[in-house]
Design a protein around this ligand. Sequence first.
Ligand code: ATP
Ligand code: MG
Length: 355
Amino acid sequence: MASSVELEALIRQFSGAPRPAVDGLSLAVEAGEVVSLVGPSGCGKSTTLRMIAGLERPDSGAIRIGGKDVVALPPQARDVAMVFQGFALYPHMTARQIMEFPLKMRKVPAAERERAVRDAAELLNITPLLERVPAELSGGEQQRVAMGRAIVRQPQVFLFDEPLSNLDAALRSELRVELKKLLSRLEATALYVTHDQVEAMTLSDRICVLNRGRLEQIDSPRHIYEAPSSMFVARFFGSPPMNLLDVTQQGGVGRAGSVQVPLPPRAAAELTLGFRPEHVRLAIDAGESEALKGTARVSAVEPLGAETHLELDLEGQLFRAKTSGFEAPNVGTTIGFVVRAEELRWFDRKTGLTL
Ligand SMILES: Nc1ncnc2c1ncn2[C@@H]1O[C@H](COP(=O)(O)OP(=O)(O)OP(=O)(O)O)[C@@H](O)[C@H]1O
Ligand SMILES: [Mg+2]
């Protein structure tokens, strides 16, 4: 049922645009794999999905589903189901009719249609809602009907374009968990576009970070978080994101402000040091592997409940630290901080790439 999806050197240049919306994208998604596409607004996520669905034609490059080139095939012949952001449900149809519609179009016999709708409804927890029209459903329920419409067909590939983005935070996190279970039960191949890094981290086997139509990094969520391949990716994940400090070099010694830091094994003319806010410790106990150790002024404190975010000022360079609960020093005080050597990441500031 699940199929692989391969994109090879895919290019889509809209007329009049200064650069291609999708610019030489290559990507191989295995059968049964869930891959998120993330990146800033306008980086080509929706255009990529639309090309896979057959709603947009690439200028060049190949798209293979289950090993078969589909570029010349119309959307109906591709066996993919797409769930859009702000999907439109037919207002006069019941949830049942909406879900069975794609099967009717394919002339699937009534008994089989009924069984498919029943199974999907059960999976999505909407069995009691099947005879209602969209106006009688909440946003989250409508969203599940839209998903039901996609899954009754048992497509080879699911394409989700920010399917949870118009829901409130509580419903969103509830549906996120449901969707994860659903995708694993269906053993489906899915490409999932989202702006929500939590969705990307939790739902995907791999995350694909796009930047201006190009692939910036594709990796497991853990690798993306722990070993970003560029400053772009480092800034994209984490809340707050990875701290990035300019480091100057003189006589084999690195310095962030006046704080000394051992230089990385690989050289670059201009260095940027990265470390995550949760790896900044404020309690100073002399550990051997502590590579960054200094003092900074507390310039802001944001208590969030479970944790508190601090903004620290290191001689003009700002960075963030996290403390647990409401524990925090006062704004304006100067405090000591340390980061262990294994938590430091180095980037070439000119290229933005990791060293
Ligand atoms: N039909 C179109 N005609 C011209 N330009 C388009 C068209 N569709 C998209 N674009 C442009 O292509 C680029 C990529 O758009 P796309 O919709 O793929 O971005 P996205 O990554 O999905 O962004 P968002 O996160 O805001 O949804 C943008 O610069 C957009 O303006
Ligand atoms: Mg989009």
